[in-house]
Ligand binder design. Sequence first.
Ligand code: FE2
Length: 233
Amino acid sequence: MLTTTSSDLPATAGRWDIYGPVHKGLRRGHCALLQRLATTDFTRDTTALIADLRMHLMLGETHLADEERFIHTALERHSPGAACDLERDHAHHRARFTEIEAAIDALEAAADPRLADERGRTLHLLFSRFVAEDLVHMAEEEESVWPRLCALFSDVELAEIEAEIVGSLPPEIAMGFMQLMVPATNAAERAALLGGMKANAPAEAYAAVYELAARPSLTPDQLADLEALGLAA
Ligand SMILES: [Fe+2]
């Protein structure tokens, strides 16, 4: 019989997960938009899809910049050169964002429905390439970089880095990330995310997150779990 003891647990078990919830949120957003791009009739009005796609790209760009400014800077201080590969991937993502933004502009400029259909197909495929690349990149960060961060920093220090990131976000971007993360995380992660915010943010800011990020996207059971934990707004 195979027995498992606590010595079998990886060193990251139970540690402050600086990548997990935000990456789960980005994956959820990537998949939702990929599905919408796949099922859209580009000969019809695509205003809402394009607005949501542009917002998602802005969140993606913000995420890259925040990782570089806060996480990579901390990593490089202890381990010079450790962020080189990560920043090469980030440069590649930025080039992909530029291509996707150009494809969106081209779609918007297409007056002929057949041209719009063709440009929508191009946009879908470009976005699918970005999603594939980012899924690999985020997994590498969680599998390889997070263990290094856990070895270099205490949970308190990792939480401080995360708090610096959150504190640097404009309110509409912070709300965008909460809308991605709240439905994307598991019950324990969601309770920690909302519990931390409820303890530290003004009551009206927490109420706005509950109304805009939790209530519209969670099931009645998930909302009841939050209520039982005292996390309803
Ligand atoms: Fe990254």
